[in-house]
Design a protein around this ligand. Structure first.
Ligand SMILES: C[S@@+](CC[C@H](N)C(=O)[O-])C[C@H]1O[C@@H](n2cnc3c(N)ncnc32)[C@H](O)[C@@H]1O
Length: 247
C-alpha cells in the first residue's frame, strides 16, 4: 500500500490550490489553447449576437455572482437549450449532482411549470473507484450545504429535493416519466446507476445530458458501456458534456 494514496494527494493539492481557481485560471486566452480547450473558448456565448443568447448570458453572469457554478458558459447553454426544447416532451425534469444549485438555477430559468427533482448527497462525492481517480475527483469533494441550496432555489416553483446517495433516494420518483435529465456526478458507479434508473423512464424525444464525459473517465465508460447495445448514439458536445436523445 502506498504511503501517499492518490486520494490524499488530490485532497492535499486541492486544499492548496482549489480546483475552482484552476478552472478560472484556465480561461485566460493565452493559456487555454495550450490545454486543448480552444473549442470551448471559441464557443463562448459572448461571440454570439442574438437576443436570446444575450439574455441567457446576462442571467448566467447573475447566477455566477450568486453561487459557484462548475460549468463552462457553453455547457450551461447546452443545458438551458435542452430544457427549453424538451418542454414539448411530456414528463418531469431531474438533476443528479446539484452541488451549490448553479446548474439547477439554469434549469429553473428554462423549465416553465415543469416539475424538477434534485438529487445530491450534499456531502460530496460518494466512494469513487480507481477509474474515477483523476484530479479533482475524490470522495467527499463538492460537499455543499443542503439548507443553503434550498434557500437559493426557494423562489422557484415545483422543485423537490432529495438528500442522500442516488439511487437509494429515488423511491418517490419510481413511477414518474422524464423529458430531461441532467447528470453531473463525476464518477462511474453514480453515472451507471443513474442511466440504469432513468433510461427506461425517459419519454421519446427526452434528453439525458451529462457533464464530464471528456474529463472523467468513469463517466465516459459508464455512458459508452450502457449505450453500446442501444439504438441511441452518445453525442459528445463542445465543452465536456455528452447528450443522448431517447428514441
Ligand atoms: C460537480 S458537482 C455538481 C455540480 C453542479 N451540477 C454545478 O454545475 O454546479 C457533483 C455532485 O455530484 C454529487 N453526487 C455524485 N454522486 C452522487 C450520488 N450517487 N448521489 C447523489 N449525489 C451524488 C456530489 O455530491 C456533488 O455535489
Amino acid at each position: 500500500m502506498s504511503l501517499f494514496p492518490k486520494k490524499n494527494l488530490f485532497c492535499l493539492f486541492d486544499s492548496v490550490v482549489p480546483s475552482r481557481y484552476i478552472l478560472k485560471f484556465r480561461k485566460f486566452v493565452f493559456f487555454e489553447p495550450f490545454m486543448g480547450n480552444d473549442i470551448a473558448n471559441r464557443g463562448r456565448l459572448s461571440h454570439y449576437g442574438c437576443d436570446r443568447r444575450k439574455e441567457f448570458a446576462k442571467n448566467l453572469r447573475k447566477i455566477r455572482k450568486e453561487t459557484e457554478l462548475l460549468l463552462e458558459d457553453i455547457e450551461a447553454y447546452h443545458i438551458y437549450m435542452a430544457v427549453k426544447k424538451t418542454q414539448k416532451v411530456p414528463g418531469d425534469i431531474a438533476e443528479v449532482g446539484v452541488y451549490k444549485g448553479g446548474s439547477a438555477k439554469i434549469i429553473c430559468s428554462a423549465k416553465g411549470d415543469k416539475t424538477l427533482h434534485l438529487f445530491d448527497t450534499f456531502e460530496g462525492l460518494p466512494k469513487v473507484d480507481d477509474i474515477d481517480m483523476v484530479w479533482p475527483f475524490y470522495e467527499g469533494k463538492f460537499a455543499a450545504s443542503y439548507d443553503s441550496v434550498r434557500n437559493y432555489l426557494k423562489e422557484d416553483s415545483n422543485v423537490h429535493f432529495y438528500k442522500g446517495i442516488f439511487p437509494e433516494t429515488a423511491g418517490p420518483i419510481e413511477d414518474k416519466r422524464f423529458s430531461l435529465v441532467n447528470l453531473d456526478v463525476d464518477c462511474y458507479e453514480s453515472t451507471k446507476s443513474c442511466l440504469e434508473f432513468f433510461y427506461s423512464r425517459m419519454n421519446p424525444g427526452g434528453i439525458i445530458i451529462s457533464h464530464d464525459y471528456i474529463t472523467a473517465p468513469g463517466v465516459k465508460k459508464a455512458f459508452d458501456d450502457f449505450f453500446e447495445e442501444k439504438t441511441e448514439p452518445v453525442l459528445e458536445t463542445a465543452g465536456s458534456q455528452c447528450l443522448v436523445v431517447k428514441v
